[in-house]
Design a binder for this molecule. Sequence first.
Ligand code: ZN
Ligand code: FE
Length: 256
Amino acid sequence: MAELEIYQFPCLSDNYGVLIHDPAAHVTAAIDAPDADAVQQALQEKGWTLTHILNTHYHADHTGGNKALKSDTGCKIAGPAGEAGKIPGLDDPVGEGDIYQFGNFEVRILETPGHTAGHISYWLPDAAVAFVGDTLFALGCGRLFEGSAETMWTSLSKIAALPPETTIYCGHEYTLANAQFAMTVEPDNAALQVRIGEIRALRQKDEPTLPTTLQLELDTNPFLRPSSPEIQKRLGMEGRPDWEIFGEIRQRKDRA
Ligand code: ZN
Ligand code: FE
């Protein structure tokens, strides 16, 4: 199996930038471009040359660096076909089921709308890694700016169906606040209790809580757990459809 190198770095107030590098093919992609200077600095630290940007959605904290990085490096920009007009410098619009070739790696496109109507996620099965932007967070999920609870639940279910050992990279470091909310929804979840201790320790040292793994999210993230008997009981929603319970959890988080 070819080797994929991955470098994550914090930028803006609470975003993560990520670079992926295929050393055999000499290609490097930025997963989103929150800030051109931060991406350039990360490239310099690694000694990598930018060849691609893979945008998850059009929000400025994910595309703000597109134009400067493209004019500096001539990189190719891939992004959601459903938001083609809103992605600065877009070269390659991609959608559900498309396979985008990055060096020796196949990048599979999942449409994961809800946070925005065209949001996509990138899955590299041979590297067992997925980049989910603002759809799924560690212990959380994106706000529903442009989609219903049912739409977002369908998107999260697509991510939840990937191999559980998949490493998940997300757009933001929101984990501590998400953890505090998660405890109000499923306080008796032993795996969640353990994880919160780990998260507090990491954040006290100013260390990232990301990436995460799908298995850990399936075990502890309330937004992926509407079928949990404890959650259903606590919300008084026993036997309701998953998407409806998910929607109630999302509304409670919005009010929290
Ligand atoms: Zn966003
Ligand atoms: Fe964002």
